[in-house]
Design a protein. Sequence first.
Length: 349
Amino acid sequence: MRIQKEELAQKLNKIKGAVPKKAANPVLQGILVKDGYLIASNTEMTIKAKIEGIEGEPFIIPDRAFDLINNLPDGEMEISAASNNVITIKADRIRNKYQTMDPGQFPMTASQEEGSEMTIQAGTLLGSMRRVSYAVPAQGSNPLMSSLCLQAGGGKLNFVGLDGHVLAWDRVDYDGEFELLIPKNTVDKLKSLGMSGDVQIRHSKTGAVFVTEDFEVYTRLVEGEYFTYRTLFKELPLHTAVSRMALLDAMTRAKMCAEERCPVRFELKGRFLNLSIKDKTTDYHETVGLQTDIAEALTIGFDARLVSETLKAFDCENIRISFGSPKMPMTIESEDSDFKAIVLPVAIK
């Protein structure tokens, strides 16, 4: 197999995140080269990256060869495999042999040929996933909460993430009906691959595959019924609008001056939001202008980190913020899309 080092290294780096550090089946600690694809798998998720110029019998690139490939000089390189599971890597005046593993032992994922199918633009899919994924915890005791809900119905495709303290919901137009609970690790990998063009999604009750011209990502789905998130978004009596960046910049400055877990205090009155954080070493205050009068004064506390992460998930210029009482969550809505989020309050002195 002859290939440009830059191309091989780029594709390896895209998919090697799916290679487990430790595995009951040691062959999974390498990347399979077969039928024009590089294939990485951790049994829960399998990623296939299409690569040109691959011919011959399959072989395994062991994980200890990844760094060498990345550090080879630019230009053409060659990988050849012998019958005793030894591969040889050559580039310029460099040659190295690796004892690797039997490619026949690499488990192949079912292709999801049966089940339902949909097609969506990569930009639309990944844009909504990026907005809501910050609200999906990486690990937790509840698998449902550690998944992103992709739910179609009523002419909309809904993207939902929640962790018990914050809830993010985006939606785009789509005609169909289904519900997929996608693990957080798969969502993160889909965002990092740089997918483009159309994404074909085939899915069954237990698994799904996301297919583009360059990649195929197979994943197991989380089983269960997702939370009734829609009922949490209620019409609140107190609302106003504010510049997203003005509020985010103020939050960033306030967090710089205090401990990470210190709550931020919001005091809303008229057309002003007085934001403050106080601990043993700092007493920070900043006033942010509001775009409309709030109906009545309100003082409420929030986790500073969650407010900042939520504001970063939006990409509009202005946001609408709504409140009910000091013990009710804040709702944040985009001015130019269906994206919205809820942030639960925290107790303040």
